[in-house]
Design a protein around this ligand. Structure first.
Ligand SMILES: Cc1cc2nc3c(=O)[nH]c(=O)nc-3n(C[C@H](O)[C@H](O)[C@H](O)COP(=O)(O)OP(=O)(O)OC[C@H]3O[C@@H](n4cnc5c(N)ncnc54)[C@H](O)[C@@H]3O)c2cc1C
Length: 422
């Protein structure tokens, strides 16, 4: 697929197709009265629960946290560009809409009996179950790293306390210090996220600690929007160094006592170490028997139903969605398709074949945005890029174009969080 520039017409056509699929499924929703339990109140789960509730279903959303802290734009918090509070949302609007939100953790799933156990001992029955637990960090995958070590070398890959911790470390670091970001191999949550993070931390260092250095140690040789990021770094951030896997960037161990990241090629001493470890689907997906050996959940791309557990659907970061990246935009799109499919299935109708869109905005600087977009449809059981649709921001854009993309990014965040939580 050519990603030289956007094909906005194809993206819009796909958007129309998705809306049409959702609209066609609505009558089926209204006629049905199935019980649906949704586990996880993030971009995927909260969207799906709201869609189904609006369609007249008996929906229960299970989410242990009273406040959801969004990851998109949390890199701006690290750079001191926005407070963490702008990332935080309650479930009050969902409750006002009549949605049952249960503040518990799901601890066990019995797919045969169609029952979910919660941490307070409650058991919920369902006709269809939606799992949207996001990611868990694989603390066992990197020697020397653990949940305890994350208090010294934060991952900040689930936004919240970890974001504040990393921010305070960067702020406290003396000018002339070194920040190191360790990036895992694919797949992981938000493919361009580490590079946006590097850019915004580099922006902070350039403006507040100009003698400081930033090194990105990468377990890959290529990454999302690479040409655009690297061109921007060359122009804006001479103190930012990216080390590819072939050049010795893959971190194989951490030495927390020495504050050192160890690669096959040597040892890197950090003043601040941001270790993003490998990841897998949130634990409840494995407990449901919905993960495969990769640690992620294979799904049918038309319904998002598990390939391993009938009656259980998996959406968002936890699922294997073919060419779709693990993003909030993708999670939101998958949630709508899944809700429409569940409505059809409970109404005794065949689900519509969907087309889905994803767009990922990244900020390289506060007024410098770049974008990647894609359109996906099921082909031979796998969500596959629609040829000729989507693309990345043009390479040689004017400062005003970059600034416009940055403001689009901000508008996107306000729009999606308003839709999901507002
Ligand atoms: C630094 C960073 C920047 C990012 N930037 C962007 C961006 O610009 N654009 C974009 O589109 N995406 C971005 N993302 C990715 C985005 O955050 C994720 O793709 C998105 O959050 C996935 O949504 P989700 O609903 O699948 O999972 P989550 O948002 O993680 O939600 C999962 C929810 O499930 C709950 N849960 C887990 N287990 C249980 C259980 N057993 N019982 C009940 N509840 C449970 C959790 O408490 C959580 O609230 C970024 C990510 C990072 C880390």
């Amino acid at each position: 697929m050519t990603r030289a520039s956007f094909n906005r017409r194809a993206v819009l056509q796909a958007g129309a197709a998705l809306s049409a699929a959702a609209a066609l499924a609505r009558p089926a929703i209204a006629q049905s009265a199935g019980r649906v339990v949704v586990i996880g109140g993030g971009f995927a789960g909260a969207t799906c629960a709201r869609e189904l509730k609006r369609g007249g279903f008996d929906v229960t959303l299970v989410e242990p946290s009273a406040i959801y802290t969004a990851c998109p734009f949390s890199n701006g918090v690290l750079a001191g560009l926005r407070p963490l509070s702008r990332q935080q949302f309650t479930y009050d609007a969902l409750k006002t809409d009549g949605l049952a939100v249960v503040a518990q953790r799901a601890t066990k799933i019995d797919g045969q009996q169609k029952r979910v156990s919660l941490s307070d001992g409650t058991i919920l029955g369902y006709d269809r179950l939606v799992l949207a637990p996001g990611i868990d960090l694989r603390f066992d995958a990197l020697p020397g790293y653990s949940e305890d070590v994350a208090q010294i070398m934060p991952h900040a890959w689930k936004a919240g306390e970890q974001t504040s911790l990393l921010r305070s470390q960067i702020e406290a670091m003396p000018d002339g210090g070194t920040v190191i970001i360790s990036v895992p191999a694919n797949p992981y949550r938000c493919p361009p996220g580490p590079y946006e993070r590097a850019s915004l931390i580099a922006y902070y260092l350039r403006t507040q600690k100009p003698r400081a250095k930033l090194i990105v140690l990468d377990a890959k040789d290529t990454f999302s929007k690479q040409g655009l990021f690297q061109a921007a770094w060359k122009a804006l951030y001479p103190n930012l160094e990216w080390v590819s896997m072939s050049s010795g960037g893959k971190v194989i161990e951490v030495d927390v006592g020495q504050r050192v990241l160890v690669t096959e090629f040597g040892r890197h001493k950090a003043d601040v170490a941001n270790v993003i470890p490998p990841q897998r689907a949130g634990e409840i997906a494995a407990l449901a028997g919905a993960t495969d050996r990769s640690g992620w959940c294979p799904i049918d791309p038309v319904t998002f139903e598990s390939r391993q557990q009938a009656g259980i659907h998996i959406i968002g970061d936890a699922c294997i969605a073919g060419g779709m990246p693990k993003s909030a935009f993708a999670a939101n799109a998958q949630a709508k398709v899944c809700a429409a499919a569940i409505a059809s299935l409970l109404g005794g109708q065949a689900p519509q074949t969907p087309k889905l869109i994803n767009t990922c905005y990244s900020l390289v600087a506060p007024d410098y945005g770049i974008t990647v977009a894609g359109v996906y449809r099921p082909v031979n059981g796998v969500l596959t890029d629609v040829e000729g649709a989507g693309g990345v921001s043009p390479a040689d854009s004017s400062p005003s174009f970059r600034s416009l993309e940055a403001s689009h990014a901000d508008a996107w965040f306000r729009t999606i969080t308003d839709e999901v939580f507002g």
